[in-house]
Design a protein around this ligand. Structure first.
Ligand code: B12
Length: 360
């Protein structure tokens, strides 16, 4: 590891350790300079700002720890849209980030402060050209675009039985389940995320759509659990703390359809239980999913725990999810054997890596 990488890791860890103190210092600076913020955003402004500061610092810590400015800049771009659609001015976001930089200088030793300051400056420079709105992620030229659109609209109307019928009819007509997964479920879920981000749907609507998609995925299981199992065992899990289950469930189902014996553990599994399952199932491969960037240190920790377990010495470790798609070198620096952007790429990757491990 290079000297700047070691410094980055120490700085990232220091931000996480002092996160509460940093958030408190940031908010104190922010409200001392702009007491009118309380009037502009109401009585809960201070509490909200404190909560936001905690999230911002958690993202910053991961960007610094992984020496990747893009992880923080992407988060700031996301926050700009999210806040703009809820009436928060970009100038107030910029000032919040400036206070973050000052709070870091106040609390952290100068040496540890500098990588974080550089990342904040990088994001601040880009802030003015970051958009305040996002276009739909469903385009008419995408494969199965009409089905995806109809599926999403049915869910948004609260008609999950209609959505289910659309999908089961499509499967009966011979549209492969893998295509339905990637072109309908994945796209619709991401569009739901965008609609929530731009304040067009509520959290409850997002929860309804996600629960319905999970239900409808289960209805497709007769198409999924039918083949012979010859490829070995695959354990699939979200890292501890991460609740985004659908992506890794899709990966597990693609493995199942490709002849693997899969053990899908779902959201937020404790590290010890993952290791125990790997041993019990004599797993050839482990898939770890992280969607929220501030769970990256958890991924690294789980990988280290698996690697330190002699019975898992040959387990191939794959990672995936939002931050890995954003920063394509991240899987390597975090210690995984491979990464794939989506479920389709994951199977081929696992087979290649497992063969390489066996010396094939
Ligand atoms: C549903 C959802 C939730 C649900 C999840 C419920 C559940 N049972 O899964 C709930 C409500 C819990 C949730 C919570 C949060 N969410 Co959320 N969520 C989503 C949403 C709308 C859909 C996720 C999904 O199903 N995607 C579809 C799947 C198929 O795509 P995927 O996950 O990318 O998976 C594919 C690839 O990445 C890859 N892959 C994934 N894992 C792996 C693993 C391996 C090994 C491999 C090889 C490949 C691989 O293959 C998959 C299949 O092709 C997304 C929007 C989005 N863009 O995804 C937001 C989203 C991810 N959430 C977001 C946020 C902010 C949050 C919260 C922080 C909100 C909050 N303040 O509370 C919390 C964090 C909770 C936590 N601790 O994890 C943001 C993240 C933004 C960012 N820049 O970080 C998003 C992008 C929404 C948005 N546009 O603003 N969320």
């Amino acid at each position: 590891m290079s000297a700047p990488e070691i410094l980055g890791q120490r700085a990232g860890a220091a931000i996480l350790e002092r996160r509460d103190a940093l958030a408190a210092a940031l908010v104190a600076l922010e409200f001392a300079a702009h007491p009118e913020l309380e009037q502009r955003y109401g009585a809960i402004a201070r509490a909200k700002s404190l909560q936001d500061a905690g999230y911002h610092l958690a993202y910053l810590a991961e960007a610094v720890g992984n020496d990747d400015p893009l992880l923080f800049a992407d988060y700031v771009a996301w926050a700009k849209v999210m806040l703009a659609r809820r009436g928060v001015l970009a100038t107030d976001l910029a000032f919040h980030l400036e206070c973050m930089r000052d709070a870091l200088a106040e609390i952290l030793p100068a040496e540890l402060c500098s990588p974080a300051r550089d990342m904040i400056d990088h994001a601040l420079q880009r802030l003015p050209e970051m958009p305040e709105q996002l276009d739909s992620l469903l385009a008419p030229d995408q494969p199965h675009a009409l089905l995806a659109q109809q599926y999403l609209q049915a869910l948004l109307r609260g008609e999950r039985h209609v959505a289910s019928t659309l999908i089961l009819d499509a499967a009966r007509r011979g549209i492969p389940v893998k295509e339905i997964y990637l072109n309908v479920f994945q796209r619709a879920q991401r569009e739901i995320g965008r609609l929530w981000q731009v304040n067009q749907i509520s959290v409850a609507q997002e929860h309804y759509c996600t629960a319905a998609t999970q239900l409808i995925m289960s209805q497709l299981y007769p198409y999924i659990f039918s083949g012979e199992k010859t490829a070995g065992a695959f354990v699939a899990t979200c890292v501890a703390g991460d609740l985004h289950e659908i992506g890794i469930r899709m990966v597990a189902d693609f493995f199942e359809m490709s002849g693997w014996d899969t053990f899908y553990l779902g959201a937020s599994t404790p590290d010890a239980s993952v290791v125990q399952t790997l041993i019990e199932r004599k797993a050839v491969a482990l898939g770890i999913s992280a969607t929220i960037t501030y769970h990256l240190h958890g991924v690294q920790q789980l990988i280290e725990t698996v690697r330190a377990t002699p019975a898992c010495a040959d387990t191939v470790i794959l990672v995936g999810g939002y931050p890995f798609n954003l920063s394509p070198g991240l899987w390597r620096s975090i210690g995984a054997d491979g990464w794939s952007q989506d479920a389709a790429g994951a199977i081929e990757l696992a087979a290649t890596l497992a063969a390489r491990r066996r010396g094939g």
